[in-house]
Design a protein around this ligand. Sequence first.
Ligand SMILES: [Zn+2]
Ligand SMILES: [Zn+2]
Length: 568
Amino acid sequence: MLAWPRALLKTYLHIAFKPNLFQVSVDSKSKDRFVFWADVVAESAIEHAKRNGMSIVTVKSGGSPSGGKHIGNMNDQIRAFFIYDAVKRRGVPARLIYTNDDMDPLRTIPLSAPDGDGEWHSFTEQELSTLEKYLGWPYSRIPDVFGCHRSWSEHFNSVIQDGLKKLGISMENYNNSDSYANGVFLEVTRLTLSKTSLVREVLSRYQSTVEKDWIPFHAVCGNCGKITTTALRVDLENDTVEYECRGRVLAGKYVVKGCGYRGSSTLKEGKLPWRLEWVAQWKVFQVNAEPFGKDHYEGSWKSGQALAREVYGIEPPASLVYEFFLVNGEKMSSRKGNAYILQDILKILEPEVVKYLYTKRPMMQRNIDLKNVHLLVEEFDRFEESFFNKSSKEAERIYPVVIGTVPSEKPLRISYLLASYLVQFYPIEEAYKSLARAGIVGENVSEEDKNRVLLRLKLAKNWLSMFADSSKYLLKKEAFKIDLSGMENAIKNLAEKLSSLSDFNGEAIQNIIYSTARENNIPSSDFFRKLYLIFLGLESGPRLGYLLATLGKERVVSRLKAVINQME
Ligand SMILES: [Zn+2]
Ligand SMILES: [Zn+2]
């Protein structure tokens, strides 16, 4: 990872104040100093808190509990965590909060969603038609389809928080439904409604659809339960709003019909429109920093900054814009069946590898290549190695955040690819024993290291069945004839040498393969390719000597002999 190039910084990092020229040069210099983007935002957040007389730095993220939140959505919470952590590492008191935006209306019914254990469930036709009537309802008032929580909101928020806990991340949770109902948002709602014409004026600079008589409040309909009502009149003496249930088009495309009911509601039984609610949260929770996806950058962030200054009298927080994740080159979508939540990804990757993914620079679109996920794991292993041999400034700064508690010695890791082949030969416990026999895992390994190796074997096994490119990584089970074309002698020599090798370890085998190729005047790459074909049915694989060591002498020699016999 490189330090932030200055030009990109200027585009992507928005500190919500206009510094004078002197500050610009000092700030840019100090930013080039950082190897971790979270430090840049943390410094801005600390400055923001200082300027505004706040003694504690608040880092916020938020989201609607609309269903299964895929790993791209989780950029919000996880990057917020890194900023919060960076503030604390500077010795500054900090809090990490999450607003569960559960007064938002259900816009569309997902075809599938994770249950309480984070396992995906496809809704039946009947379930889908039962859910139909809740379109337009606030998530907090929709029953839990799975029956394990009090509401749709609690269910899906708990799936999110469970996934984060598996990464060792927890945050203070605030449900918007509670904040409205218990009066935490009352003052800011009153403030908004007392400045209705100013709100319209500011928003109309960013949106073309602000109507002249628009009142920024959506009450929950007393008849049909939808929160897609239109406010007609506000009475700030009594904190009430008169409304009509007219329905709305949500996010420009989801049509929710109203029931036509007219009624009156208190300010605690409804919500501010999202663009205002977001800024209201900054004010109420005294937010100093918040990350958000680039979709908000052009719209709600621009209007949000103006609303903050002109309507709410606050300075917008330091921000971080992040790019989206692609999976296997495509956008994730639960409708397409390629949306993965943290719980899915933790079936194939260690928590520290998942966290590592989110430490990468935020303004680059990341493609997560699940078919070749071992490449990411190998990258992490090298990153970890560079921390322990002190060869990388990035690793020195970032590894401790990713791993949580830094172990006194480098953790034992086996190659993910080797693990993925071993579990095709052996059950997991047996695979572990084969690693011990081959000397890859020492005799006196700690309990933690043993568990790490067992976990990686398990993850690799899951990967094979869930995502791996089967043409590349799945061993061919059917018998195959191999054309030895001129390598017969070399294979014979190798079989002889290996059968008389007393210490059947990876390094020794690797050396013998090289020397056999040399003695037979065969390019070693050709010889290796042939051997991979013999043992895996594939043209490449993990370091061959180690693979053969784990397979054991008997199995290796008899396979080589079988191949020779088949030729004769
Ligand atoms: Zn539930
Ligand atoms: Zn209604």
